[in-house]
Design a protein around this ligand. Structure first.
Ligand code: DGJ
Length: 538
C-alpha cells in the first residue's frame, strides 16, 4: 500500500512538473547565451508593434494574421502605465489579458515593453495623476532649473509609484501566465535618456551630485579594472583612477562626468524596478538604448545616459538585475554597434531595428555570427504584403533550422555572413573546410549584377559533421577548400530542401548548372533557401 502511495505521489509530481514547465530563462551554453522557453532554446524571430497598436484590442485584430504570415514567433508589445493604472492604486489588466489571449490563439510569444516612467526619454506614458502632480512627482530640470516632461530618477516618490505598478504587472503575469509562458521577457522602460542636458539639475540631483561616488560603483571599477570598456576606462584613468571622491574628482569636470552620474542613477532606478518585478515573477529583463549616430553631438543633444556603449560598465554595475543591455538599430551600421555591445562576451539582443530592406540579411548575420537572441523590426504591422516580406521568408527558414542552430551554436559550429556590393569576401573555417563567401552578383553573369545598387545579402553556415554542412540564406556564392594541404574539395552532393516537423526533406539535387558543375554553392539572389552540402577531398 505504502509503495503504491509513494508511486502515485511520484507520478503526480512528475505530471505536475510536466504541466508546469520551467519559466523562460537565460542560460550560458558554451560561449553563447541561450533563452530557454518551455525548457528549449528559443530564438526570438520577432517584430515590435508601433507604439499605439496594442492600446486597442480591436485595432490589433487584423495585425495578428500579418504576424503569422511573416512567421514571427514573438511580438514586442507595449504595456502602458497610464492605461494600466488610470487611477492611483486601481489597476486594469484587460488590455494585457486580451493581448496575451490573442497571442495564445495565434501561438505567438510576447515580449512586454513597460512604458512606465520613461519612453524615449520622456514621461509621456505616466498616468495623468502623476503628470499633473509635479509637486509629488518631481521633474528633471535643465541647468536653468526649467522642468522637463521627464520624471527625475532622483525622486523616491517617482520610483515608488512606477515600481508599484510594475510589480502589480509582474504579479498579474504570475497569476495568469505562469503555466503558458506567453510572456517570455520584459523590457524595463523604453530608451531611457536625459534631454536637453547631460544630467538633471533638479534639487535632489544637485544634492546627489555633490556626494561621493557610491561605493558600489567604485568597487565595480576596482574589481573589473582589467575588463572595463576602453572608452569608459580612459575617462576614469585620465583623472587618476581614483578609488574615492566626488563625481568630478573621480571622473573630472564636464559633460562626460554629468552623463556618467546620470547613467548611474537611471541604472539604479531601473534596477530597483527590475529587482522588485523579478521578486514577484522572475522573467528575463532587458533595457534598450537609443544610439547616438552622430559623434559630433554631446550628451543631452542626444538622449544622455542610457545604456550606450561607453556607459555599459556603469549600467552593469548599477543594474545587476537587468539581464541584457540592448541597442535599437536605426542606422545602417549593424556590425559596428553589434560589435560594441557584444564586448566582454555579452549576448546580442535586437529589440528594435528599422523595418527596411536588408533586414533579412541582417537577421541571418545576427543569428549566425553573433548567436543573437532576438531580431525585431519596428512597426512590423506596417506592411501591406506580409507574405512577401523578405524578413518573413528568412524567419520561415530560421524556424526550420532553430533546433540545428541552437544545437551547434554552443559548439562554435555556426557562422554568419552579410555581403554588400563593396564587401570583402567573408571567410570561415568549419569542420575540415575553409569557405569563401561572396555576394551572388560577384558571379557577374546575371542582369542583377549590372545594376548600380546591389541588395544586402546574407546567410549562415552550420557544420553538422567535418564534411557535412547546411547553408541557409539568400544571394550568396560560396566556394570551399580543404584545410588539409595539397588537397582539393569536391561536392559529393548539394540538395535543397526543408525541415518538416524537424526532419530533413530533400528537394532538388543541385549537382549540375546550379552548383556550376561542382565549383560552388549558390543561394540565388531573390530566393531564400536551405541546402545540405556534403564535401569530399581528392
Ligand atoms: C525607438 C523607440 O524605442 C520606439 O518606441 C519608437 O518610438 C521608434 N524609435 C520610432 O522610430
Amino acid at each position: 500500500m505504502l509503495a503504491k502511495l509513494i508511486l502515485a505521489s511520484l507520478l503526480l509530481t512528475a505530471s505536475l512538473a510536466q504541466a508546469q514547465p520551467s519559466l523562460p530563462q537565460l542560460v550560458k551554453a558554451g560561449p553563447s547565451t541561450q533563452l530557454l522557453v518551455d525548457g528549449r532554446p528559443f530564438l526570438i524571430l520577432g517584430g515590435e508593434l508601433g507604439n499605439s497598436s496594442s492600446s486597442s484590442t480591436a485595432y490589433m485584430q487584423p495585425i495578428w494574421p500579418k504576424l503569422t504570415a511573416m512567421h514571427l514567433n514573438t511580438v514586442f508589445a507595449p504595456v502602458y502605465w497610464e492605461l494600466l493604472e488610470p487611477t492611483e492604486g486601481q489597476f486594469d489588466f484587460k488590455l494585457v489579458d486580451e493581448l496575451l489571449a490573442d497571442a495564445r490563439k495565434y501561438q505567438i510569444k510576447v515580449v512586454l515593453l513597460w512604458f512606465g516612467a520613461w519612453k524615449n526619454s520622456m514621461s509621456c506614458y505616466a498616468p495623468a495623476w502623476v503628470k499633473t502632480n509635479s509637486g509629488r512627482f518631481p521633474r528633471a530640470t535643465d541647468a536653468q532649473g526649467r522642468p522637463q516632461e521627464i520624471l527625475t530618477p532622483f525622486s523616491p516618490a517617482n520610483l515608488e509609484a512606477d515600481k508599484k505598478a510594475f510589480v502589480r504587472l509582474m504579479q498579474h503575469l504570475k497569476q495568469t501566465d505562469s503555466r503558458t509562458h506567453t510572456a517570455i521577457m520584459v523590457q524595463v522602460e523604453n530608451e531611457i535618456g536625459m534631454l536637453p542636458e547631460a544630467r538633471s539639475y533638479d534639487p535632489a540631483a544637485q544634492t546627489a551630485f555633490a556626494q561621493p561616488v557610491p561605493d558600489k560603483l567604485l568597487a565595480h571599477l576596482q574589481r573589473e579594472k582589467a575588463n572595463l570598456r576602453p572608452e569608459f576606462a580612459t575617462q576614469w584613468q585620465r583623472h587618476g583612477a581614483k578609488t574615492q571622491g566626488t563625481w568630478t574628482e573621480v571622473f573630472g569636470p564636464g559633460v562626460a562626468t554629468d552623463e556618467i552620474f546620470q547613467a548611474w542613477y537611471y541604472a539604479d532606478f531601473t534596477n530597483s524596478l527590475a529587482a522588485a518585478g523579478k521578486a514577484a515573477y522572475p522573467l528575463p529583463m532587458y533595457v534598450n538604448a537609443a544610439l547616438n549616430h552622430r559623434p559630433d553631438r554631446l550628451p543631452g543633444q542626444y538622449p544622455s545616459a542610457g545604456p550606450l556603449p561607453h556607459l555599459l560598465d556603469v549600467w552593469e554595475a548599477g543594474a545587476p538585475s537587468i539581464d541584457i543591455l540592448a541597442p535599437d538599430y536605426y542606422n545602417p551600421n549593424f556590425r559596428y554597434w553589434s560589435d560594441l555591445f557584444t564586448r566582454n562576451g555579452r549576448p546580442l539582443f535586437t529589440p528594435e531595428i528599422a523595418f527596411e530592406p536588408g533586414d533579412d540579411a541582417k537577421a541571418l548575420y545576427a543569428f549566425g555570427h553573433y548567436n543573437c537572441l532576438s531580431f525585431s523590426p519596428f512597426s512590423i504591422e506596417s506592411t501591406d504584403k506580409p507574405a512577401q516580406e523578405p524578413i518573413g521568408k528568412v524567419y520561415g527558414l530560421l524556424q526550420e533550422v532553430t533546433p540545428l542552430l541552437t544545437k551547434y551554436q554552443p559548439l562554435g559550429a555556426v557562422r554568419g555572413f552579410m555581403q554588400a556590393k563593396d564587401s570583402a569576401a567573408g571567410h570561415a573555417t568549419l569542420g575540415d573546410y575553409r569557405f569563401t563567401v561572396k555576394h551572388d552578383n560577384t558571379l557577374g553573369w546575371t542582369p542583377d549584377a549590372k545594376k548600380p545598387e546591389w541588395p544586402l545579402t546574407g546567410g549562415l553556415l552550420i557544420s553538422v559533421a567535418p564534411d557535412e554542412f547546411y547553408v541557409v540564406g539568400t544571394g550568396l556564392v560560396i566556394t570551399c577548400e580543404p584545410t588539409a594541404a595539397g588537397k582539393k574539395a569536391g561536392f559529393v552532393s548539394i540538395d535543397e530542401g526543408h525541415f518538416i516537423n524537424g526532419a530533413w526533406v530533400p528537394g532538388r539535387r543541385l549537382n549540375g548548372d546550379q552548383d556550376h558543375q561542382g565549383r560552388h554553392i549558390r543561394l540565388e539572389l531573390g530566393n531564400y533557401g536551405i541546402q545540405r552540402v556534403k564535401l569530399y577531398t581528392y
